[in-house]
Ligand binder design. Structure first.
Ligand SMILES: Nc1ncnc2c1ncn2[C@@H]1O[C@H](COP(=O)(O)OP(=O)(O)OP(=O)(O)O)[C@@H](O)[C@H]1O
Ligand SMILES: [Mg+2]
Length: 452
């Protein structure tokens, strides 16, 4: 992070030079001005984060200086200094936009404290600004956020496969962003101007699922009072997202396989074959290969669907995304709830980084929304997080790993790597250093685990 830029304005050269020496030592990048005109010229040319100005200058009044500084950039903080203590002058200066008010002789400790506080606040504003820019650029891929190699690889794959018509099978635990990814595939394809239609296969009974997918003719079954088009017709030329496909019963599986193979189907109760041009994106949080092995899912359908597969790792296996996602949700919900929240306290961030996130990104998003709504402070402190998250730090802080007798070397390795990562708040580089291996090795191990 860069040094804060500071401008000192006072006609007393001794005061200015004395302060400059002290503040430069404190890592401030300090400039000086001895008259109001000189100061205004500098302000026009250079952006200062903080201006410390004497109230009484030989040429220009202190209030005018404040106004000019704030006109140039409202984020520049102004600290007023005056030779005598006058409540009225302080009130007037604050009204003009000054952020702080100190009296001469200057107490250096007090000044340093004030400057530190201002800079801390400004850093958060700067970080938020940078974050928003970053979100607009690199990290935001059609609403999908992620900067870890795992997520960047997924974004790359999406860009490559989206323009094709290949069927995609998305694997991932609950809340990992499967639906968002299906959306990104559709909106990155030539089909983006045609419908994206989604259907949740798990929540529907066998008959309803069939009629939802393929539609029905009038009188096809009790209650079919009129003809109805199914999702395959509605999604024509577009994409059909079949969520929880592992829950689909065998009768519907056969019908789906036929559409995939021939592009045609009949409405329930109908005889006429209808043609459709639909790209299928399916998602599951089940191990479909196991479902096939155990006879619950047709192998021919599985191979048809599994042309391209995307594996979305759980959040705990890409912890470096936690701070980025958390910041992004904070900005989103602070805006939505009209709250001015600057960020997370470092303890809160530690907790977020060490928690296991069984509900993945959805859980993180819900917890941040709740914290934003609950907090009365301008920083999110641990007391705004649910207790289960507060408890997780104990786990992260322990420094002995217990590996039960009988553990295989492979499992022990996984445990050591995972727990060291957790203790290091998910930082792969720090964990790698402690373990004496490269970060690439950790990444490689993650890949290995996600495929076994
Ligand atoms: N990478 C991400 N960036 C931003 N938001 C995300 C990301 N992943 C998930 N989300 C958010 O998390 C929530 C859950 O995402 P989504 O519904 O896509 O998950 P899912 O995998 O389909 O979950 P489920 O299996 O429970 O249906 C949504 O609000 C989504 O916007
Ligand atoms: Mg979903």
């Amino acid at each position: 992070m860069r040094k804060p830029r500071l401008l000192l304005i006072d006609d007393d050269e001794n005061t200015v030079n004395g302060l400059k020496n002290i503040l430069s030592r404190d890592e401030y990048d300090t400039s000086c001005a001895f008259t109001g005109h000189d100061a205004l010229k500098k302000i026009e040319r250079i952006h200062f984060d903080i201006v410390i100005t004497d109230m009484k200058l030989p040429d220009i009044g202190g209030f005018t200086i404040i106004e000019e500084i704030k006109r140039k950039d409202a984020n520049t903080a102004v600290v007023m200094i005056t030779a005598y203590s006058s409540i009225q002058t302080a009130i007037d200066a604050m009204k003009k936009g000054a952020d702080h008010y100190l009296t001469k002789p200057i107490n250096i400790d007090e000044l340093e404290l004030v400057l530190n506080r201002i800079w801390e606040k400004q850093l958060l504003i700067l970080q938020n600004k940078e974050l928003r820019q970053k979100l607009d650029e690199k990290y935001n891929f059609h609403g999908l956020i992620g900067d870890t190699p795992e997520m960047q690889q997924i974004f790359k794959t999406i860009s490559e496969i989206a323009p094709t018509t290949a069927t995609v099978l998305i694997y991932g635990a609950t809340g990992t962003g499967k639906e968002l990814i299906a959306n990104a595939i559709h909106y990155n394809s030539d089909r983006k101007d045609s419908p994206f239609v989604a259907l949740h296969c798990a929540s529907l009974s066998e008959g309803v699922l069939e009629s939802e997918l393929f539609g029905h003719e009038k009188g096809a079954f009790t209650g079919a009072i009129s003809q109805r088009r199914g999702r395959f017709e509605l999604a024509n030329r577009g994409s059909l997202f079949l969520d929880e496909i592992g829950e689909m019963n065998s009768h519907v599986q056969i019908k789906l396989l036929r559409v995939l193979e021939t592009g045609s189907f009949e409405r329930v109760g109908g005889e006429k074959s209808l043609n459709t041009d639909v790209r299928i994106i399916a998602a599951t949080n089940k191990d479909l290969e196991k479902e096939v092995e155990e006879g619950r899912f047709r192998d021919d359908l599985f191979y048809r669907l599994n042309v391209i597969n995307l594996l979305i790792p759980p959040l705990r296996e890409r912890r470096d995304d936690i701070p980025l996602l958390a910041d992004c949700f904070l900005v989103k919900y602070a805006q939505k709830n009209n709250k001015k929240i600057k960020g997370f306290s470092s303890q809160t961030m530690r907790l977020l980084n060490s928690y296991d996130w069984p509900g993945n990104v959805r859980e993180l998003e819900n917890i941040i929304e709740r914290a934003v709504v609950m907090t009365r402070k301008d920083l999110i402190e641990p007391d705004s997080l649910p207790s289960k998250i507060n408890l997780s730090i104990k786990k992260a802080n322990r420094d002995v790993f217990s590996i039960p007798f009988g553990t295989t070397l492979k499992d022990a390795e996984r445990k050591i790597i995972t727990e060291t990562l957790q203790a290091m708040n998910g930082s792969k580089s720090k964990a790698a250093k402690i373990l004496g291996i490269s970060t690439r090795k950790i990444e490689y191990k993650h890949k290995e685990w996600s495929t076994t």
